[in-house]
Design a protein around this ligand. Structure first.
Ligand code: SF4
Ligand code: SF4
Length: 299
């Protein structure tokens, strides 16, 4: 990670160390004051971690310790309140979104893809084995054809967008991605970060203009390239590795659907397979009439 994601991560780390340091030191002072019977410091039990800091404060006067304890208390509480304002602008927002995101995660078996109803109907007719079947006519009152797949963040589902804002950028998905491990351009973590970056851009345009505008950019192309999309093996390792059940594969698959169904773009090997399915009813380059010939070769 470089640039803002790295700075964001470092800022969060430093702020949390400072806040936790203030809390632990406050408790260490508190423990000594309790044992000395200082006013308003009731014996409240043990401090399992802060007790190790007690030796650093034992030599101070009671009045000085009270001042320290108050300073650490105010530093911690004001730090927390300031940090809470920063959280929604940072990747640390996952502390709020991780729970709902996991609750709404996809419980279908991994690898099970949703069918597109309109496409499935056509394919059912094509593959029915009825030589007289023709593709279904759309009903008279059918609206304009729906858009297939995903080109920009506005085509994504609310769950895809929640995924993007819930991502902790931990990189477990990319570490487990076989495409990434074998030197391909694809990184599922980057897919999620790109989705969030593009969503931020669209949101800023909306705030500025008061309505959706065409800025000449899209998630597919300007942020995520075709090379990245076709490097994916659809193995689901990224989904399996994610601690909060984020699904980068869903975004990748729907972008591929857009490329194939809206722009007729696919790698050569896949195009050959499509042609074979269309012409021969099977992915292989042999006509249906020749399928039984392997038996002759055995005889
Ligand atoms: S499904 Fe695609 S992106 Fe995810 S780990 Fe497998 S190859 Fe990588
Ligand atoms: S494993 Fe999940 S949380 Fe971590 S970077 Fe990947 S998508 Fe984000």
């Amino acid at each position: 990670m470089k640039g803002w994601p790295k700075l964001d991560g470092n800022l969060i780390l430093v702020i949390e160390i400072v806040l936790m340091g203030a809390l632990l030191k406050m408790n260490a002072c508190d423990q000594i004051l309790q044992l000395r019977g200082a006013d308003h410091y009731m014996v409240a039990g043990s401090f399992p971690i802060s007790q190790f800091l007690v030796p650093f404060f034992e030599g101070f006067e009671t009045e000085t310790l009270i001042t320290f304890e108050r300073i650490y208390w105010w530093a911690h509480i004001t730090g927390i309140l300031i940090f809470l304002n920063y959280v929604p602008y940072s990747k640390h927002f996952h502390i709020m979104l991780a729970f709902p995101n996991t609750y709404y995660s996809n419980l279908q078996p991994k690898g099970q893809f949703d069918n597109m109803a309109a496409v499935k109907k056509e394919v059912d007719l094509m593959m029915s084995g009825d030589p007289f079947a023709t593709p279904a006519e759309p009903p008279a009152d059918a609206g304009p054809p729906e858009k297939f797949g995903v080109k920009d963040v506005t085509d994504l589902t609310w769950k895809n967008l929640l995924d993007a804002y819930s991502c902790t950028e931990c990189g477990r998905c990319t570490d487990n991605c076989p495409a990434n491990q074998t030197g391909k351009l694809l990184s599922p973590r980057k897919v999620m970060m790109d989705t969030r970056d593009r969503l931020e851009e669209v949101g800023k345009n909306l705030d500025k203009e008061g309505k959706p505008i065409e800025d000449g950019k899209s998630l597919l192309g300007n942020f995520i390239t075709e090379e990245e999309l076709w490097a994916c093996t659809t193995c689901n390792a990224c989904v399996d590795a994610c601690p909060i059940s984020i699904d980068p594969l869903n975004i990748i698959m729907n972008m591929r659907r857009y490329l194939i169904m809206e722009e007729s773009k696919s790698p050569e090997s896949i195009t050959a397979m499509f042609n074979n399915v269309e012409n021969n009813g099977a992915p292989w380059a042999f006509p249906a009439a020749d399928r039984g010939k392997w038996i002759d070769e055995l005889n």
